[in-house]
Write a protein of this length. Structure first.
Length: 160
């Protein structure tokens, strides 16, 4: 009896492995798309971390004369991932709690404005490239929910 149950389990596991292999083999025809997406993702990451962050930091520190902790927290929030990055940076550098709270408020305020304005601009300028419009929303609107909403709005505007 135990042997019959084990055999059934073996059949199920074998089927799952074969199904996984089938899915993997079927996805190979899309390998060029996957490589393109990985390349573009790497470019976006390098741009955010190695270009936007230093520029944001220098502008905050030199031009606006912000304290080093304020400048670093603001640069992380603006260039990397919004509120999450600002809070993590402030905690890592030992900034007072007013710093991440204020930067988070600024980011959320600008995200609300961007959520309303940017999809209309994207639908006008990038009507021919909806993927580029979505990437722009994802990289420029600095809160996840607002980025998703602005991408959906840009998609609806471009599709209409």
């Amino acid at each position: 009896m135990l042997e019959a149950a084990a055999r059934t389990e073996w059949y199920i596991k074998t089927a799952i492995v074969l199904l996984g292999a089938l899915v993997g083999a079927a996805s190979l025809r899309y390998i060029s798309l996957a490589v393109t997406l990985v390349e573009r993702s790497l470019i976006a990451i390098v741009t955010a971390y190695l270009i936007f962050w230093p520029i944001s930091y220098v502008i905050s520190y030199k031009l606006f004369k912000l304290d080093i902790k304020w400048a670093a927290t603001l640069a992380s929030g603006v260039s990397i991932c919004g509120v999450s990055a600002a809070i993590a940076t402030a905690a890592a550098i030992g900034a007072p709690s007013i710093v991440p709270a204020t930067v988070a408020s600024i980011i959320v305020l600008f995200a609300a404005i961007e959520l309303v304005v940017l999809p209309f601009i994207a639908a006008t300028i990038l009507k021919w490239a909806p993927y580029a419009a979505g990437a722009w929303m994802g990289l420029s609107v600095k809160t996840d929910s607002a980025a998703a909403a602005s991408g959906a709005l840009a998609d609806a505007l471009i599709s209409a």
